[in-house]
Design a protein around this ligand. Structure first.
Ligand SMILES: NC(=O)N[C@@H](CC(=O)O)C(=O)O
Ligand SMILES: [Zn+2]
Ligand SMILES: [Zn+2]
Length: 429
């Protein structure tokens, strides 16, 4: 393995120093390190952070390889500074057996750009009728710990309770897509003044909050771990704060798009802004940022949801919900959380690496930048600003809500266990 000497970067935005990487680990951190034979990476002016961990990625393989594959999604992830991504189970076939999760895991190993960690479905075929083989997926080579029917809500409370009880046996967690389906039939966007004016059926905040309220009570009752996917409303943040204060083992994530964009985007009728849960109001965005800053929301997760052109470029009501996220996630967090003074760089590392790794029980990720640790890290140029060009994305899909928008920060390099997956801003494979 090549030895790398990263010179002059600022770990967690602190003082500039050198980092030496050998045999997949960080072997020295200090000033003016010398390492004969090492490949030198000049990182003056760059911030060093632990490799990012995404709890919520749609890689679309198997089934929709025209929209994304494990390989193309892994490349997008590496370019975004990620070293591990959780691959959601709403594929075709659904990842509800040991066979499918092992297939996804192997495809990730072959691509070799990030650790692809499969999420297992909670119910067979995401149908919400009976539990999938959770134990077999946990025991498989993929070692599944996160279970989710994401895309759909486990809406039956008795089934949700049984799933929570079941995953305790292997320290698993149920990641809930909180949407009471009886309240969102035909919903197209956030329910409020704007949806009324635009004539689009609304998705009320209460549809999300009702499920979160129910689920934190269930998780508290059975003593299990619950994770709430893509929290989008101020009321959800309040419920999470209440549940955590009562000692419920609940964690939650917010997406970059819910930190930046609002339902005003729907005025354009451009379906690139159609997503579940929908973009909400300015007040919701402010509460989500505050909740992430104070730790009520544990993590940023992308909900990277690639869609083929024919599924996205249609009229609003026909378009599939979901937007790309991996390649711009860190930039959006820099704009919404760092440049606003809500989080420092250590806080970014905590919410995008340390805590998501802990929630997914990924031992080798979310580790400090310190001697002896696995060399999973990224180098970011915080001064770089450029408009997003969807044609330049590594994802196979083009449904970026940030097209043409200028965002701060550029990932210059990513290392996965000491091997560069990105150098000079380009994927190495
Ligand atoms: N977020 C979305 O709007 N869509 C996701 C499913 C999901 O995350 O609920 C998808 O799979 O496309
Ligand atoms: Zn979802
Ligand atoms: Zn999702």
């Amino acid at each position: 393995m090549t030895t790398y000497l990263i010179t002059g970067s600022r770990p967690y935005g602190g003082d500039a120093t050198d980092i030496l990487i050998a045999d997949g680990r960080i072997t020295a951190v200090g000033d003016s390190l010398s390492a004969p034979g090492a490949e030198v990476v000049d990182a003056a002016g760059l911030i060093a952070l632990p490799g990012l961990v995404d709890l919520h990625t749609h890689l679309r393989e198997p089934g929709r390889e025209d929209a994304e594959t494990v390989e193309t999604g892994s490349r997008a992830a590496a370019l975004g500074g990620f070293t591990a991504v959780h691959a959601m189970a709403n594929t075709d076939p659904v990842a509800d057996t040991a066979g499918v999760v092992e297939q996804v895991w192997r495809l990730g190993e072959q691509a070799g750009l990030v650790d692809v960690v499969p999420v297992g479905a909670v119910t067979v075929g995401l149908r919400g009728e009976r539990l999938a083989e959770l134990g077999a997926m946990a025991d498989s080579a993929a070692r599944v710990r996160v279970f989710s029917d994401d895309g759909l809500c486990v809406s039956d409370p008795a089934l949700m309770r049984r799933a929570l009880e079941y995953v305790k046996a292997f320290d698993g967690v149920v990641a809930q897509h909180a949407e009471e389906p009886r309240l969102t039939a035909g919903a197209q966007m956030h329910e409020g003044d704007r949806s009324a004016r635009l004539g689009l059926t609304g998705w009320p905040a209460a549809a999300e909050e009702a499920i979160i309220a129910r689920d934190v009570l269930l998780a508290g009752h059975v003593g299990a771990r619950l994770h709430v996917c893509h929290v989008s409303t101020a009321g959800s943040v309040e419920l999470l704060r209440w549940a955590k204060a009562r000692g419920v083992q609940v964690t939650a994530e917010v997406t970059p798009h819910h930190l930046l964009l609002t339902d005003a985007c729907a005025e354009s009728y451009d379906p690139v802004f159609k997503v579940n849960p929908p973009l909400r109001t300015d007040e919701d965005v402010a509460a989500l940022r505050q909740g992430l800053a104070d730790g009520t929301i544990d993590a940023v997760a992308t909900d990277h949801a690639p869609h083929a052109v024919e599924d996205k470029e249609s009229e609003w009501a026909q378009a599939r919900p979901g937007m790309l996220g991996l390649e711009q996630a860190l930039s959006v967090v820099v704009e919404t959380m760092v440049e606003t003074g809500l989080l420092d760089w250590a806080g970014v590392a905590d919410r995008m690496s340390v805590r998501p790794a802990a929630i997914g029980r990924l031992a080798g990720h979310g580790r400090p930048l310190a001697v002896g640790e696995p060399a999973n890290l990224l180098l970011l140029d915080p001064a770089h600003r450029a408009p997003v060009d969807p044609a330049a994305l590594a994802s196979r899909s083009r449904n970026s809500p940030y097209a043409g928008r200028e965002l701060p920060g550029r990932v210059v390099a990513t290392f996965l266990r000491g091997t560069p997956t990105v150098l000079d801003g380009k994927a190495t494979r």
